[in-house]
Design a protein around this ligand. Structure first.
Ligand code: DX5
Ligand code: ZN
Length: 218
């Protein structure tokens, strides 16, 4: 892992002022967009029409995290719209290798996410087709939850396979990241850190990003 990447999650932003909220995080590497369908997770957020508008409102690459059922059908639309990275859930995808191929063919990076209870090992072959692995460190659905330390073992295993040349992935973590938890995640070899409440709950989101980045730096 090189320079730590910080991806603020607009789930904790003010949805009535999204363009302003994007301007508030100019130093972000990616902006993380949580798409929830009230089926894969017990919450509902936003979908493709909002993402299309966000793409017009910012130059920061969008990292779309699809917490939805049947991503085999819906994910490609986000890639075609211009999302930089589109992440689907391993638990939801019927044919994850085909999803990755579709996303890449549409010009996006392909991401695979695993929930806290989902083992990493069984996805190693599938991950050869992916660009990012999103390790969930809370149960997906809501911001502001407590970091689950146990998932770091999966980040470490992924880091190992990347460092030994078996996989070529950005290792990303999502959930409960703040200045206290980010250090252990960085030590486990995470490249990209999603943070919702730690950024948008802060007085100054831009400074919160820099605080996270320096805490994550080796
Ligand atoms: C949870 C989402 C996260 C969420 C993280 O399902 O995937 O991206 O925004 O929020 P915090 O950083 O507050 O845990
Ligand atoms: Zn997310």
């Amino acid at each position: 892992s090189n320079q730590p990447m910080i991806a603020p999650s607009i789930l904790s932003a003010d949805f009535a002022r999204l363009a302003t909220e994007l301007d508030a995080v100019k130093g972000a590497d990616w902006v993380h967009v949580d798409v929830m369908d009230a089926h894969f997770v017990p919450n509902l957020t936003l979908g493709l029409p909002v993402v299309e508008s966000l793409l017009k409102a910012t130059d920061i690459p969008l990292d779309c995290h699809l917490m939805i059922e049947d991503p085999d059908r819906w994910a490609i639309g986000y890639a075609e719209a211009g999302a930089h990275n589109v992440t689907v859930h391993a638990e939801a995808a019927h044919d994850p290798i085909k999803v990755a191929k579709d996303l890449r063919a549409a010009g996006a990076k392909a991401g695979l996410s695993i929930k806290p209870g989902t083992p990493f090992d069984q996805y190693v072959e599938v991950l050869k087709h992916y660009d990012t692995l999103l390790v969930m460190s809370v149960e997906p659905g809501f911001g502001g939850q407590k970091f689950i330390t146990e998932v770091l073992e999966k980040a470490r295993a992924a880091r190992n396979l990347v460092d030994t040349g078996h996989l070529n992935l950005i290792v990303e973590i999502d959930g409960g990241i703040n200045t206290a938890t980010i250090e252990q995640a960085a030590e486990a070899g995470v490249d990209c850190f999603v943070a919702g409440s730690a950024v948008y709950g802060a007085e100054d989101p831009a400074r919160a990003i820099e605080a996270l980045r320096s805490q994550a730096a080796p």
